[in-house]
Ligand binder design. Sequence first.
Ligand code: BGC
Length: 738
Amino acid sequence: MYKPTRLPATLLAIALMLFSLPCAFAQHRLHNAEEEKIKSYPWMNPSLSPDERADMVLKELTLDEKIDLVHGNGMPGWGKPRPNAYLGNGGAGFVLGVPRLGIPIIQMSDAAYGVRSSAENGRYSTALPSNLGSAASWDPQAACEYGALIGRELRAQGYNMTLGGGVNITREPRNGRTFEYMGEDPILAGTLVGNRIKCEQAQHVIGDIKHYAVNDQESGRNEVDSIIGKRALRETDLLAFEIGIAIGNPGAVMCSYNSLNGNFACENKYLLTDVLKDEWKFKGFVLSDWGGTHSTVKASAAGLDNEEPMDDFFGDKLKQAVQSGQVPMSQLDDHARRMLRAEFASGIVDSPTGKAVVDVEGGFAVARQLAEQSTVLLKNQDSILPLDRTKVQSIAIIGSHADMGMISGGGSAQVDPPGPPSHWQEHVWFPTSPLKAVAAKVPGAKVQFDSGADPASAAALAKNSDVAIVFANQWESEGMDLPNLSLPDNQDALIEQVAAANPHTIVVLETGTAVTMPWVDKVGGILEAWYAGSKGADAVANILFGDVNPTAKLPMTFPRSVEDLPHPKLVTPPPGAHGREAVMRTGEAKATFSVNYDEGLKVGYKWYDADNKPVLFPFGYGLSYTTYAYSDLKVAPGNGASVSFDVKNTGSRAGAEIAEVYAALPSSAGEPPRRLVGWSKVQLNPGESKHVRLSIDPKYLSVFDETANAWKLVPGTYSFMVGGSSQNLPLSQKADLK
Ligand code: BGC
């Protein structure tokens, strides 16, 4: 029997290897040759402008390649996967590239306060404080760090586009996505989201701003017509987008699910073309919210560039419409050009993503610092805070699973904590344990936990402790609104009972929006920590013990009761008004019910100010462990106005004061009593005084003139007011502006 020896086998292997080498080299050469060819294309020259580069590529595209650029290819979990699903990166969707021309696939992921879907993809993402929390920092630099971290983690996970950037104005504080947005003031919200986007895109991901526009509640979001006058629209909801886009220059705008003044946002010509593309000169692309496209010809003509996540209207139907002349080729070209331009402008062509391990420790440090800058000290009676670690010997930690974590916001914004994938609208606690963080501050003290399930037992523990800290949560999510602004699950009663047992009670709120506080006068201290992210507990403990002096201020009003809201009763879809079928009843998409935002310009604090309604905590409010004094306000008119004043730290700790500037327009302007027009975060050592100078953008002092379809500065006498919150403005100065 023939028995092969080792030698011939080795020889055979060598022979085989020698034979196959030229093939391998040939393939490699081919690959290299292809790459070299791509690199040599004129549009690969980074010194050309994104417009020039996009134009060049566009000329090379076939009709099918253009169509490929203007629609998605499905989303994991959204119907049956398409045959090309393997090209996806596990995110919310992807848009095909044009490999032969060096144009990459756009890989998109939700990334509101961190990158989504980590668990099912076996990755890790940092959870930052909620977007609303980050707005409480009032700090463009903090917003920049927020965006940069998310941009880095997106790229490390193989994504080159974010779906973050939520900036819908808080008109309806029960909106279940309030935590994903930046509060109730368009100038504050727009400035912060713009800085976030700018720094996110600097990491070479396509940035996004959403949901354009007036998707201000979740109830019936796919069926509702948001009705609002043009002037109010431009001065409130759209102003936030206008500022955000001007600062951040995002590659993409996501149009929203709802209809606006009679037309669905993703086929609303006024929104997408007249305002966004023509007036604001937006050069990026408009993508629909997921399933928010309702037509082919109308949507394309209105200015929708990309349907997500499927191709129901912008696939074959669009191709046929172009071939039959119903959609001009120039229109399709504009959509495709915008997609290409965003790819070049963001740098994803020149700097392709390379998967990497995210910097977990670095992410934690950023998450903690941002949470510290987001946590608002709402009450500090008799300076109960900061806690004196040399004196306190026993602490009761009560409620909200504070032994193991802090709650986070749900829906497509949800970031996964370590462990298996979280499910849609599951309550998710991040493993950032307040109990452990507090205990670590006072190693010698007795720190005990009570779940709060039985208020009597919690009160008993509180009674036997020097201090009681009650953690209370209000969870919210995309896809639902809150029925009211009360803390759920009997937590008000828990706080009442604990406070009755121990006057040294501090409440730490983990909320996505404002909450009412029937116990406000009974507790010693209140901290609003929002959804605090991966390192929320450390941030809260640092503030409780004074290692960090709080600086944050409310980006939204906390009303005394839902009865004081512009719409005390939330408008929900009537029977039969729900679902796609109802919307398509006439063959053309039509909203089935409406919400009339007849409060118009009076959003948030402007509503309460105009009606002289007392509030629980006003917009712009937040305490510090030190005190500040304001003096010497001067206002000089000229290209808007120049405002200067002094702020002094009159206490004994270093701190940073967010100094706020409001303006009252001449009464002929017909505006609410005052609006925020500027602010500055001033770092001050004890006793230190600084001179602050701010130039106020003329647009921030203007009104939108519907007849002229333009912003107009109303000539007359303006009052400028300066201070520490919208209701604490010790300085005031008049100026005549022309
Ligand atoms: C949300 C968007 C999100 C998209 C993709 C939609 O339901 O409204 O904000 O980006 O899903 O997950």
